[in-house]
Design a protein around this ligand. Structure first.
Ligand code: COA
Length: 382
């Protein structure tokens, strides 16, 4: 067998674990110490102290906004939340069985076709597209939910931020104060997370100089999978299926015995607790208690204890975000889409960063089959 492969082609890292594939200023995950930084700021100093809009400004500009800049961004985003009527019509045409992430991906592609800056890949146009996408994705999710429930659509209130507006447009009434705090925190914690699979997918697409909407649609497709963002839906379904705190022991023991993965646990980078889980655990307990879902929090907590003790693995962001979102009234099949709405701000930050210093991302593969096989024409094949 001929072998003309170079040494570089033979260096294969399964799942690209530990491979450095991009340079970024946006965020950094320190998996050994369980730390997450946004533009150098520790997530624990940001969470519960700053709004989603402040985080968006930080990720896009490398510094926090002053009051006037923050107010301007909030107003700009709120004014971009309305969807083109063609997109609303398209959502209505989607079969009820379509997963919200599939609808979201399709709708983002359609927004790209209709975008006033379609075909313009300048930095200025991309910043305008980024703002529109961050504003429109929450509306897509809220509108899809209301269309499926045959409820009238609700327009964003320009006085509210993205997180408040999202709950308002989805549920039809402005959120109470604790819900505002939790929704904003949820979006802040999910905004960015280093070179995760969907962000990488988005950067790969951007590196071909394809447009921002195409890169975002690709990132949404990657997030949908259950090893990535899709895990939060699986977590919620598991907790609801367990249903009773007394059933946790047998349920988890059965899963581990069958070598099944427990969704919402483990991580490629963290070797200790995901720092975002600390905040979500606290608000899961508070909100579940307040909304009459105490049993769901208790089940989660017992699952966490058992999985930690038996497998030595920790909850990731998706584990407690599931019950937090459930207590906010978000249905299980919409949980990943809500994560996508938050992550859109991070994705577009990475896409703009990629465009600003681009080189085509085109790795190579380790070829594992034979080379130089003799060609046999069709009429001579057995
Ligand atoms: N439940 C049970 N065991 C798990 C586990 C989980 N959630 N996550 C990892 N493990 C175990 C694996 O079985 C494996 O054990 P082994 O070496 O005895 O075979 C070991 O830990 C390493 O796991 P692996 O899947 O190879 O790690 P990875 O880095 O490729 O995968 C994830 C990382 C996130 C995909 C993985 O932890 C997972 O599937 N988690 C559940 C899905 C999830 O919550 N995803 C959201 C991530 S934010």
């Amino acid at each position: 067998m001929a072998n003309s492969k170079s040494a570089a082609e033979k260096t294969f890292v399964r799942g690209l674990e530990g491979v450095v594939a991009a340079e970024t200023n946006i965020s950094w995950v320190d998996g050994i110490h369980g730390k997450l930084y946004y533009q150098g700021y520790d997530i624990h100093d940001i969470a519960e102290h700053v709004s989603f809009e402040e985080v968006i400004f930080l990720l896009w500009n490398g510094r926090f906004p002053n009051r006037a800049e923050c107010d301007r961004l909030q107003l700009e985003l709120a004014s971009e939340m309305r969807l083109p009527s063609q997109v609303v019509e398209m959502i209505k045409l989607m079969p009820p069985s379509a997963h919200p992430m599939a609808v979201l991906q399709t709708a983002v592609s359609m927004l790209g076709v209709l975008d006033p800056d379609a075909g313009n890949n300048s930095a200025e146009a991309n910043l305008r597209k980024a703002k529109r996408l961050v504003a429109q994705v929450p509306t897509l999710i809220a509108d899809l939910h209301r269309i499926r429930k045959s409820l009238p659509l609700i327009s964003a209130d320009p006085k509210m931020g993205i997180a408040d507006n999202f709950l308002y447009m989805m549920r039809g009434a402005p959120p109470i104060e604790i819900e505002q705090t939790v929704m904003d925190l949820l979006m802040v914690l999910h905004t960015d997370h280093g070179l995760n699979a969907s962000t990488f997918a988005g950067r790969v697409i951007a590196s071909t100089l394809s447009d921002m909407h195409s890169a975002l649609a690709g990132a949404i497709g990657a997030l949908k999978g259950s090893l990535h963002g899709g895990a939060n839906q699986k977590v919620m379904e598991m907790i609801l299926q367990i249903g009773n705190v007394d059933m946790v022991q047998d349920y988890i023991a059965g899963m581990l015995e069958n070598k099944q993965k427990i969704m919402g646990f483990g991580h490629r980078v963290y070797r200790t607790e995901d720092p975002r889980a600390r905040h979500l655990r606290k608000y899961s307990e508070m909100l579940c208690e307040l909304k009459g879902f105490k049993e769901l929090y208790d089940i989660s907590h017992k699952v966490e204890t058992l999985v930690r003790e038996s497998k030595g693995i920790y909850p990731n962001v998706d584990f407690y975000s599931a019950t937090v979102q459930h207590a906010l009234g978000i249905p299980a099949d919409f949980l990943t889409a809500v994560l996508a709405a938050s992550r859109t701000a991070g994705w577009v930050a990475h896409i703009m960063e990629q465009y600003a210093d681009n080189r085509l991302i085109r790795p190579t593969s380790k070829y594992t089959a034979e080379l130089g096989i003799k060609f046999v024409p069709m009429e001579q094949r057995p």
